[in-house]
Design a protein around this ligand. Structure first.
Ligand code: PMP
Length: 348
């Protein structure tokens, strides 16, 4: 049977998120933290695996509300922010507007759900191109605008003034995806929740040492949270994940210490990349660095042959690779392999 004729039209041309397990020695391709917290797994032994998890994740929401100083009714946890992106688009529909290059799931999910996706290029400093964004807002009247700040894969935060310009011009909801906020110098834009009625914030535990849990948060107005909650699958966050996430929230100072180490290591890595001939790194406020290098595809392959996995950015960002900040040792192995790769004849 040829299932193509059965597929919904929008799925026929859909290319899913590319994530596969590639064997390697040093894994620096997925913006994970190199530091895990095995001691936080202790509450798992008390989880009652025969029962469903708390459907409302009350304890987790209570701790999250405390952490971000908002009312509990303003928090909705998801199975990663990925799930929350899907819920937002399911709830409000499209058009869905976002700048590019950015996190691919905004576009993939919009297409999967049969909604119009509108992609507007960033300017040449990777900041929002206000004029083009505002033109797109007027033309398409998006129900949802997704702004990843700091942005994946470019690493920079968007200028707050430009974000505010888009917030003011939009009649729909502007979702500020702050997955990488802990690594930036700023405290993020949670304060906008009280200043602008159409702002919603997303945060995640994935980048700070808990990618395995799949726990993200939507933080927004109560009526937005209530609407999104209508489409939420029952028990969307497992009891195991809830238990460990609560532990992480309770002990956030330890998480912050690991984030501090990554931020310091990012600065060292940036300087080392700057000092490497043929390589141009872009400044980053996230836990990864985008860099330009001639013949990026060949360099990527050569790094992999030495067991070092980074992210090849393809035609979206010509001649660019993205490397996650690892431990000092990971970064040393990466830099040695990179220097070797660019020095190899035919690669540079
Ligand atoms: N937003 C951005 C900007 C991301 O880069 C990622 C992960 N790459 C996500 C969201 C997804 O995070 P989660 O693991 O919470 O689904």
């Amino acid at each position: 049977m040829n299932i193509d004729r059965l597929l919904r039209k929008n799925i026929r041309s859909l290319r899913g998120y590319s994530a596969r397990e590639i064997p390697c020695r040093v894994k620096l391709d997925a913006n994970e933290s190199p530091y895990g917290f095995p001691s936080f797994l202790e509450p798992l032994s008390r989880v009652r695996t025969n029962q469903y998890p708390d459907p409302e994740a009350r304890e987790l929401r209570r701790w999250a509300a405390r952490r971000w100083r908002v009312r509990i009714g303003r928090i909705l946890p998801g199975n990663g922010s990925d799930e929350l992106i899907s819920y937002l688009i399911t709830t409000f529909g499209g058009p869905v507007l976002f700048p590019v290059p950015t996190f691919s799931m905004y576009g993939i999910t919009a297409q999967a759900l049969g909604e119009e996706a509108v992609a507007v290029p960033l300017d040449d400093t990777f900041d929002l191109d206000t004029e083009r964004m505002l033109r797109a807002v007027r033309k398409h009247r998006p129900k949802l605008v997704f702004l990843s700040s700091p942005n994946n894969p470019t690493g920079n935060s968007f200028s707050t003034e430009r974000i505010l310009g888009i917030v003011r011009a939009s009649r729909g909801i502007v979702v500020i995806d702050e997955a990488y906020q802990p690594f930036s110098g700023s405290g993020g834009l949670l304060r906008l929740l009280d200043e602008s009625e159409n702002v919603t914030i997303m945060r995640t535990l994935s980048k700070v040492g808990f990618a395995a849990l799949r726990v993200g948060f939507l933080i927004g107005r109560e009526d937005v949270i209530e609407a999104v909650n209508r489409v939420r699958l029952p028990f969307n966050v497992s009891a195991l994940s809830q238990a460990v996430a609560v532990e992480a929230m309770k002990n956030f100072s330890e998480v912050r210490k690991a984030v501090g180490m990554i931020r310091r290591e990012r600065e060292t890595l940036f300087r080392e990349l700057q000092g490497t001939g043929g390589v141009t790194p872009y400044p980053s406020e996230a836990n990864f660095i985008l860099f330009k290098v001639g013949n990026a595809h060949a360099v990527h392959e050569r790094l992999l042959s030495k067991g070092v996995l980074v992210r090849y950015m393809g035609p979206a960002l010509k001649d660019c690779l993205r490397v996650t900040v690892g431990t000092p040792e990971d970064n040393r192995i990466f830099l040695d392999a990179l220097r070797d790769a660019v020095a190899t004849r035919g690669v540079r």
